[in-house]
Unconditional design. Structure first.
Length: 276
């Protein structure tokens, strides 16, 4: 079979994947895509019940499987616990999806100091903490994939879920969120430059609006306005984000490292004059 056939180019069957914040929203969309394509997916979130119910739902879909490991990633001790439990079950980690995050909107005069502490910790610092502690498993996955002419045949992948609000200045007051996502994009590039030599690619997906708990109120109150500002005329679907993650994790995406992929239907580049 030719290596250019879709069954080879986009194959993730048998890969081991960790998705943080994987029990709902964008994380669940990504986890579902991997499970449906035959991967073994570990999901983590603060809620044990959410993790359990999502894993049961995804296991019913197959052909891959989903295993819950609840963890509150605000706490470094929980990061250690998560990686420790994963390491007892797996010898390698092919794909780490850093998706867990939080948002906070408030007026500039009332914006609390605690918002920056919470969001910079979860959206940025813990991405580094978890990645750092997963390095032995990621390195093992890269080595298991083998080398050809000194290059890693199947690198391990880090996929960081960023935001278009970290690329352009948002028109609403989400100061800590947008700042944390802009920093995450840069951290991802830094990781790609350092870890690419070891067969670990790091990339970011800067998401526009998707159906999620974080976006629920905004879409309910301003959904039509948001859609009208997107050249594609819609918000993101599970297929959009899952397909992007699968691409980055497969042979088709193995040469991509240090990139920020904007997944927003053209929202950032859409000019009002183009609709006149």
């Amino acid at each position: 079979m030719s290596s250019l056939e879709a069954s080879n180019l986009f194959n993730v069957k048998g890969k081991v994947v960790l998705v943080t914040g994987g029990s709902r929203g964008v994380g669940k969309m990504i986890a579902t895509g991997f499970v449906k394509n035959g991967a073994t997916v570990y999901i983590s979130s603060r809620s044990s019940s959410d993790c359990s119910s999502t894993s049961k739902e995804l296991n019913a879909l197959g052909p891959g499987k989903c295993i819950p490991i609840p963890a509150d990633l605000q706490k470094i001790s929980e990061v250690d616990k998560l990686v420790g439990e994963l390491a007892t079950k797996e010898k390698v980690l092919h794909v780490l999806v850093n998706n867990a995050g939080a948002a906070w909107g408030d007026g500039i005069d009332d914006y609390p100091d605690t918002a920056f502490t919470k969001l910079l910790t979860l959206n940025l610092q813990r991405v580094f903490s978890l990645t750092q502690k997963c390095l032995p498993l990621l390195r093992a996955a890269a080595e298991a994939g083998g080398k050809s002419d000194g290059a890693y045949i199947d690198p391990a992948r880090i996929i960081n879920i960023g935001s278009v609000e970290g690329l352009g200045v948002p028109d609403h007051e989400t100061y800590a969120y947008s700042a944390s996502k802009a920093a995450l994009h840069h951290l991802s590039r830094h990781l790609g430059g350092r870890l690419g030599w070891e067969g670990i690619n790091s990339n970011t997906v800067a998401c526009g609006p998707f159906e999620s708990k974080m976006m629920a109120h905004t879409l309910q109150t301003m959904g039509d306005v948001i859609k009208a500002a997107i050249p594609s005329g819609r918000i993101g679907t599970p297929e959009d984000i899952a397909g992007t993650a699968l691409f980055l994790s497969s042979r088709a995406g193995s040469y991509i490292n240090g990139a920020t992929i904007t997944l927003d239907g053209g929202h950032l580049v859409g000019m009002p004059s183009a609709k006149l």
